[in-house]
Design a protein around this ligand. Structure first.
Ligand code: THU
Length: 157
């Protein structure tokens, strides 16, 4: 028996202004994507922007439905759109921005478990680390790969 500890490296920035030009641009795309959120039930609006290896950015936002489970998070909307429209092109980063009533949470909204699992699969098939950038108004977190937000990733294949 051995007790073990996982360490997760990540960077905490105080605002998107501190990000690299590439990451800042992706963060702004996520904030822009938030505007298209359809969330009349939760009133929690989320935008996501996926950067593909070829430089293309694909945006998504959360889309809700009166039949609650029929809606989808911003991250999966963006990733599924990216995979459907640009099949096989690795996703190298995803930025997420969310908050109530189209605001930005001070401490960033973090992806749900299902979205993290979907990130894991696209990272795996893309064979490139997918960086995860979580944007809040008071801080911005950058993880270097999906393992940073999902340790012990389920992997059946
Ligand atoms: N949501 C996202 O789109 N992404 C997240 O990271 C967390 C939650 C959505 C789902 C639902 O439309 C609303 O936010 C409230 O949970």
């Amino acid at each position: 028996m051995k007790e073990k500890t996982i360490e997760i490296p990540y960077i905490e920035y105080s605002s998107i202004e501190e990000l690299s030009p590439r990451d800042k641009s992706l963060a702004l795309d996520a904030i822009e994507a938030q505007k298209s959120s359809y969330a009349p039930y939760s009133k929690f609006n989320v935008g996501a922007a996926v950067l593909l290896e070829n430089g293309t950015v694909v945006k998504g936002s959360n889309q809700e439905n009166a039949a609650t489970p029929s809606g989808l998070c911003a991250e999966r909307t963006a990733m599924f759109s990216a995979s459907a429209n640009h099949p096989g092109v690795p996703m190298i980063a995803i930025a997420v921005a969310g908050g109530p009533d189209f605001s930005l949470c001070e401490s960033p909204a973090t992806p749900c478990g299902a979205c993290r699992q979907v990130m894991a699969e696209y990272q795996k098939i893309g064979k490139k680390p997918m960086e995860v950038i979580l944007c809040g108004s008071g801080k911005v977190l950058k993880f270097f790969n999906v393992e940073g937000v999902l340790p012990f990733i389920f992997d059946s294949i």
